[in-house]
Ligand binder design. Structure first.
Ligand code: FAD
Length: 440
């Protein structure tokens, strides 16, 4: 485990793009930061995306340099695979209680050679590829993971000792236990990000039931050159899809599933997917069934026009239900708005549900902050204090406060770091001068 000090200037919870940026910006002002991530690697959703709209830059190519910067920053200590238990006020500061989960690997000794992973059977569904590929019981989360350290999943381990036998540094430790960690900090930044709405939120769409009804994040992985297939193939039979449908607002703007708000990024990611599919599969048809296209950001409307020009079809329609037919193909019953409400059954061989964004984490009383009615972290004043939580000294950024794209998450993270720095100055806080931690 990284060398953990007792006191930090700031603790940042969640190491997606917002948390990494907030940490870099706070540390860049000379403050000591502890960045806590519950997953074995930092990077959040962004590191698993294929390209980013509207520029179509490679997402991991933008994200991984930032991940490396975080890992090598002398004022940032990284604590991965760690759960937040509680944050309480204590003597004008915050006391943060955490639990470092066992990797069953001695982090200081591991050289990340991957021999343990090769010696282990890949029998578990790979989380990074949303279950479309397989991983071993002991595995480095993905090629760009930081830290490049394996984690052993006891649920899939058969304890044959193969990994320990091939380990050149003898760092496999089956006896590791969860380790409590407690630190004090002057300020907290919460950047706990997003989940997508559950696949079966709308039962009539068959998500989680039909093999070829897909989650958009899984589709990002399928489109990635380092994804589970390396090409765009459909999950049921590995064939090249010829007709792909996107169902917009499949988990947003729908009171019946408790997500009445617009998730903001779904129109843009569906258009991005459409363009990427047309680049790889020129003959494939991509149809986006939408209620409204919301292309809200800089260059987004132009990107929408580009997608149309490159052959992506946008059809104003409401999708009532999806039924699986022979060959795992899918029939969408749609009401075509621009055709006077005509109802049609349209067949596709792959369907992506454009699911909405919901909070990635709920404090459930562990942190003294309030929530909005939609479950995102409440900000004190949307108009002028969007980085302030409801509690003095706790700042917020990224999708933790509501759906947004990467540029907005980054800008908010910078704002939260600046507000946190000003708060530390205001209260006269400075972490005791101890040697800086270096981190895994
Ligand atoms: C399919 C899809 C495609 C997208 N494409 C684009 C695009 O092309 N361009 C674009 O601008 N935006 C895109 N987005 C939006 C983009 O993913 C988000 O804007 C961005 O990921 C938000 O970053 P974040 O740091 O706020 O959240 P996240 O990326 O979710 O990071 C949050 C981190 O916090 C961690 N965490 C959560 N709770 C805890 C806890 N209690 N303790 C410790 N750690 C915790 C999580 O494990 C995670 O690593 C897309 C979204 C989706 C769903």
């Amino acid at each position: 485990m990284a060398k953990i000090k007792q006191r930090y200037d700031g603790v940042v919870i969640g190491a997606g793009i917002a948390g990494m940026q907030a940490s870099l910006d706070l540390a860049g002002q000379g403050f000591d930061v502890l960045l806590v991530e519950r997953q074995p690697s930092i990077g959040g959703i962004m590191v698993g995306l294929n390209k980013v709209f509207p520029t179509l830059d490679c997402s991991s190519c933008i994200c991984t340099p930032r991940m490396a910067e975080v890992a090598h920053h002398e004022r940032i200590t990284l604590l991965t695979y760690t759960e937040l238990d509680k944050i309480e006020r204590h003597n004008g500061a915050f006391r943060v209680s955490l639990t470092k989960k066992p990797r069953y690997v001695v982090e200081e000794d591991c050289i990340g050679c991957g021999k343990c992973e090769l010696a282990c059977q890949p029998l578990a569904p790979h989380e990074f590829d949303y279950g479309l590929g397989a991983r071993a019981a002991i595995y480095i989360p993905h090629g760009n993971a930081i830290p490049q350290l394996p984690v052993l999943d006891p649920d899939y381990c058969i304890f044959d000792g193969n990994c320990a036998r091939v380990c050149p540094t003898n760092c496999i430790d089956f006896t590791q236990q969860p380790e409590p960690v407690q630190v004090e900090a002057g300020t907290i930044i919460l950047t706990t990000g997003l989940k997508t709405t559950p696949m079966d939120a709308k039962k009539e769409y068959g998500g989680g039931k039909y093999l070829n009804v897909m989650n958009p994040l899984a589709m990002e992985r399928i489109q990635s050159s380092n994804g589970p297939y390396g090409h765009i193939l459909r999950p049921s039979d590995g064939k090249i899809p010829k007709s792909i449908a996107y169902v917009q607002c499949a988990g947003s703007r729908d009171k019946s599933i408790g997500v009445p708000y617009c998730s903001r990024v779904c129109c843009m990611y569906a258009l991005k997917h459409g363009v990427m599919i047309k680049h790889e599969l020129q003959d494939a048809e991509v149809t986006i069934y939408y209620m409204d296209i919301r292309a809200f950001g800089k260059g987004y409307e132009q990107f929408y026009r580009r997608a149309l020009a490159e052959g992506v079809r946008c059809v104003k329609a409401k999708v009532a239900r999806i039924t699986e037919v022979d060959n795992h193909d899918l029939v969408l019953r749609v009401e075509l708005i621009d055709e006077g409400g005509r109802v049609a059954d349209i067949r596709h061989d792959l369907v992506v549900l454009s699911q909405g964004l919901i909070p990635g984490w709920k404090p459930d009383g562990t942190v003294p902050v309030e929530l909005d009615s939609d479950g995102f972290l409440k900000v004190r004043d949307m108009a002028v204090r969007s980085a302030y939580s409801s509690t003095d000294g706790i700042f917020v950024a990224g999708v933790a406060t509501g759906p947004k794209d990467i540029p907005d998450a980054i800008v908010e993270a910078g704002a939260a770091a600046m507000e946190a720095a000003m708060y530390l100055d205001r209260i006269g806080w400075r972490a005791a001068a101890e040697p800086v931690g270096a981190g895994a």
